[in-house]
Design a protein around this ligand. Structure first.
Ligand code: PHE
Length: 333
């Protein structure tokens, strides 16, 4: 009996089999149970001998059953773990989702930042009047930026805007003072293409007009903005400059993002990223041109190169990459 039980247990390979064998031998009507029940019919001499033997067999069967059961349970567990294991080297079918171009991402981020500081977002056309692009902005007739070599003229009245500053004019004409706006978009200049120049590029313009606006407000606003965009440890440097529509005017350099001011090849070991921004106090003539009382109101304005900011931010070394629309490049952002 013990032998056949052991044989059967050995052959069994799941927990159900084990349970069946248990019932077959040890259950209420099991083979061993029946033997134990018949004990009464045995002689007095045989009873203890057979009884002891039967119990030994019973224990042995129970022991082997338990042992096998634990073994099978272990196996089952391992099998389960094996099945549930994820093969991370397996190739997955990917559905490619589009996303915003890095330039648009930067514009969005800049807009959100300025909106959080209370600015309103406005837009202006890429085809502008010569008047808005130059005259209203106090660009004298003989200013070099009016030269044919810099500007794409459509005819003697229209051109592709050379900066986003004409949007200042449109905003002041439309809303008058007080005013707090930004405007981003495409701008065009007759430039030869190289790694830092493109005839089509992007600017973001800002304008604040109110009573008692000073250079301090300008610096405070731009400093906050630069720190938010690039990090708290960023510093700004204001260099005097000339723009016809602001007086005084400045160009702003920002701590080199690559070396955080230590000096590296990206910044020619100066520690500064150059000319990220142009800014200044709005020229009173420009305010008057738009019908704003320059005795009562003052304002500051700034304009930045979105392409340059994007390049500095993401470490892009060639502006042409932004306009090639090669997915292998764009996917990285
Ligand atoms: N429009 C200037 C440029 O194209 C930038 C600028 C904007 C400067 C506003 C001062 C104020 O370079």
């Amino acid at each position: 009996l013990l032998k056949s039980a052991i044989e059967e247990i050995k052959k069994s390979n799941d927990l159900n089999d084990i349970e069946k064998i248990r019932i077959k031998y040890l259950g209420k009507k099991g083979q061993l149970t029946l033997i134990l029940r018949e004990m009464g019919n045995l002689s007095k001499e045989l009873r203890p001998i057979i009884g002891q033997k039967a119990n030994e067999v019973r224990f042995e069967i129970e022991r082997i059953l338990d042992e096998t059961k634990t073994k099978l349970e272990q196996q089952e567990k391992f099998e389960k773990i094996r099945i549930e294991t994820i093969d991370i080297t397996e190739r997955r079918k990917v559905n490619y989702l589009g996303h915003k171009h890095p330039l648009l991402q930067t514009i969005k981020e800049l807009e959100d930042l300025f909106i959080s500081m209370g600015f309103n977002v406005v837009t202006g056309p890429e085809i502008e009047t010569v008047e808005n692009n130059f005259d209203m902005l106090n660009s004298p007739e003989n200013h070099p930026s009016r030269d044919l070599s810099d500007t794409f003229y459509i005819n003697d009245k229209l051109l592709l805007r050379t900066h986003t500053s004409p949007v200042q004019i449109r905003a002041m004409m439309k809303y008058n003072a007080p005013l707090k706006i930004i405007s981003a978009g495409r701008t065009f200049r007759f430039d030869d293409v190289d790694d830092t120049h493109s005839p089509m590029f992007h600017q973001l313009e800002g304008l604040v007009v109110d009573e008692n606006i000073s250079m301090a407000n300008l610096k405070y606003t731009l400093d906050i903005f630069i720190k938010e965009l690039f990090g708290k440890d960023m510093k700004t440097r204001y260099r005097p400059h000339y723009f016809p529509f602001t007086e005084p005017s400045a160009e702003v350099d920002v701590t080199c993002v690559e070396c955080r001011g230590e000096g590296c090849p990206h910044c020619n070991y100066t520690g500064w990223s150059m000319e990220l921004l142009g800014c200044g106090m709005v020229h009173p003539k420009v305010l008057e041109n738009c019908g704003i009382d320059s005795e009562k109101y003052t304002g500051f304005a700034f304009g930045m190169g979105v392409d340059r900011i994007t390049m500095v931010k993401y470490g892009i070394k060639d502006i042409r990459l932004l306009f090639d629309n090669d997915n292998r490049f764009l996917e990285q952002f």
